[in-house]
Design a protein around this ligand. Sequence first.
Ligand code: NAG
Ligand code: NAG
Ligand code: NAG
Length: 261
Amino acid sequence: MYLLLCKTIFLLLLCITFSDAESQDPLGEFCNKETNISIGGKVSSNINNLLSELVLKTPSTGFLATTFGKEKDQVYGLAQCRGDVSTQDCSICIEDAAKQIRQRCPNQADARIWYDFCFLRYNNKTFASQVDTSFGIFYYNVENVTDPKTFNNKLGSLMDEIRAEAVVPKQEGLGKGKTKLSPFVTLYALVQCTRDLSEISCAQCLAISVSNFPTFCNNRKGCRVLYSSCYVRYELYPFFFPLDSDNAGASKKTMRAVVHP
Ligand SMILES: *[C@@H]1O[C@H](CO)[C@@H](O)[C@H](O)[C@H]1NC(C)=O
Ligand SMILES: *[C@@H]1O[C@H](CO)[C@@H](O)[C@H](O)[C@H]1NC(C)=O
Ligand SMILES: *[C@@H]1O[C@H](CO)[C@@H](O)[C@H](O)[C@H]1NC(C)=O
């Protein structure tokens, strides 16, 4: 009996240790197949150095755009955490992102990876302050709202409000808020631009995201738009920090759509 228990405990510990060491799956990645490079070449080793710096320096402020190497082998990188996540969550996310992006895009100079808590990209071409909505990933709830007219009105106003918030300079591209749809149902939404964007570019990226709602998010109970320059999400359950208590038991089942350039 005692032995069995020990074994059970041992197995449990083993499992915990294993799952701890494994990095999280991303929401998606983009490996630009037009930018193939050789593994072990100069660009590739510059990417590794760039990633080390991003992992080390991003969490303290939640954002870093940097570069590594010289001339034709120079690479540019950007990493950013969602503005509401803790330094610790940010750090874990960027570490996972750096690990996974090299596994998923081992021989591309232009690669990007998305998580809910962070985003990371690099390229051998500079991309800073340019709005990029060429590649997009959409996650939408499988369920539809029952009263689209009221829902879309409330969603529209909340989006307007938080988009306006996101372009206020001290907000660093982040806007979030909630609105009650009924005494029991609350709509939560968050938008965020990468911090290299100007206010006008940020507004542009968010406008493009919202203009895609009818295609991918139409009447859906939740939706996420993931671009290289901005992140937009709404849900009928709390998802941003500080986290509200979740008592509604709203559906969290999603489907994914990917749009290529
Ligand atoms: C780049 O490499 C991938 C395999 O990793 C290959 O499928 C693709 O065709 C290559 N692209 C070009 C432009 O050679
Ligand atoms: C980036 O890398 C690709 C693939 O090796 C190459 O064709 C392109 O010229 C490079 N671009 C720059 C700006 O170095
Ligand atoms: C939600 O609406 C879409 C069309 O707008 C439909 O294809 C889908 O089946 C609906 N989902 C459910 C769960 O009814």
